[in-house]
Design a protein around this ligand. Structure first.
Ligand code: SAH
Ligand code: SF4
Length: 361
């Protein structure tokens, strides 16, 4: 272990790197388990908190490593209970996470990149372009930072990688983060409660199908036709719908598992009854479920949200065709926290209003 270089962030180590790091001290496997629990179950801020490790070992660890954290710069709450957390990273880049209460669930939507390179025309994150990938610790610290603002017995129950960025374009950090989210000694989320959403990067999907991690897969389809999809999502020119669906058909699913297909409904573009029927035909033979997301409008986005009636009609055709189709509300829209509205902007720079959260839980 080199002592001259920068200290290692323990929360930025993949599971296997953490194991290697521990064995570099000649520590037995059990130490890794203890440290995982401190890092992800107890949300430790410092190595000194790890009181079940010997003082000597803590001193050794302190000499070469540290634990990173994130603190929200700003939190906004919508009337529907949705909360948007703005985080400032070490390099002053900003990202957002959104906490969405829904019946018995408390879902946290986390970011995987600063910005996004894919430029889908209905998405504000796409408009800002790609700035950089998030590290493993920047992905995981969003969960810990939000969990810390909650009351004692309240816990985040579900994680969706649907915030800023395309998770599969930050492949390695995303996979390593998911491994820690679902590891029983780390966050221990059930793999059914962690969802990765992707535009469908084919080489990465192929690679992902061979990983030993487990999670729910969501694919942003958004059109049932090559031309319309290419118009909405430039990535369709490189990885066309036909090939994407083939990859989905071959994706290994556990028994009774389904792929979630996201479909943003855009007025006059992809919301006709014909589109709905086409979608039904396309998904035949793929264990699937559809999330219909009526477009969240925003300044600079050249599209409109269809009427409720159009949305209902579209949904009915899918349901009658035997596919579960759920209409996603636009939770958090009034604070720009809904799908496609994250830009890492927040209100005035430097404002902190997290105190009110402590009272509200
Ligand atoms: N990059 C990934 C994950 C983040 S986007 C992906 O695209 O899948 C998460 C979801 O928000 C995607 O399904 C996307 O289609 C949807 N979305 C983007 N902009 C939207 C908007 N303006 N209104 C509604 N949904 C939107
Ligand atoms: Fe990127 Fe997803 Fe937005 Fe498309 S919808 S620009 S892939 S974040």
């Amino acid at each position: 272990m080199s002592h001259s270089t920068e200290k290692i962030d323990l929360r930025n180590l993949s599971l296997s790197k953490l194991k290697d790091f521990m064995s570099s001290f000649g520590k037995e496997r059990y130490r890794t388990v203890q440290i995982l629990r401190w890092l992800y179950q107890k949300g430790a801020h410092s190595i000194d908190e790890m009181t079940n490790l010997s003082k000597t070992f803590r001193r050794e660890l302190n000499g070469v490593s540290f634990i990173s954290t994130l603190d929200p710069l700003h939190v906004e709450q919508a009337k529907d209970g949705t909360k948007k957390f703005l985080f400032q990273l070490k390099d002053a880049n900003r990202i957002e996470s959104v906490l969405i209460p829904d019946k018995s669930r408390l879902t946290l939507c986390v970011s995987s990149q600063v910005g996004c390179a894919f430029g889908c025309r209905f998405c504000l994150t796409g408009k800002m372009g790609w700035k950089r990938d998030l590290t493993i610790s920047e992905i995981l610290n969003q969960i810990l930072a939000v969990q810390r603002t909650l009351k004692d017995k309240v816990s985040i129950t579900n994680i969706v990688l649907m915030g800023m960025g395309e998770p599969l374009a930050n492949y390695t950090n995303t996979v390593n983060a998911i491994e820690l989210m679902t590891n029983p000694d780390a966050f221990k989320f059930s793999s059914r409660r962690v969802t990765l959403s992707t535009v469908g990067l084919l080489p990465e999907l192929e690679r992902l199908s061979k990983e030993k991690i487990s999670f729910r897969l969501a694919v942003s389809l958004n059109a049932a036709d090559e031309e319309i999809r290419s118009d909405l999502m430039p990535i369709n020119r490189r990885y066309p719908l036909r090939k994407l669906l083939e990859a989905c058909r071959n994706f290994p699913l556990r028994p009774r598992a389904r792929i979630t297909f996201e479909y943003v409904l855009v007025e006059g573009i992809n919301d006709s009854t014909q589109d709905a029927r086409k979608l039904l035909r396309l998904l035949r033979g793929i264990p699937s479920k559809i999330n219909l997301i009526p477009l969240n409008e925003a300044p600079g986005i050249p599209f409109k949200r269809p009427s409720e009636e159009t949305v209902r009609e579209f949904q009915e055709i899918l349901m009658k065709g035997g596919i579960i189709a759920i209409v996603r509300g636009s939770k958090g829209a009034e604070i720009s926290a809904a799908c496609g509205q994250l830009q890492g902007k927040g209100p005035e720079p430097g404002i902190r209003n997290i105190d009110f959260l402590k009272q509200q839980g």
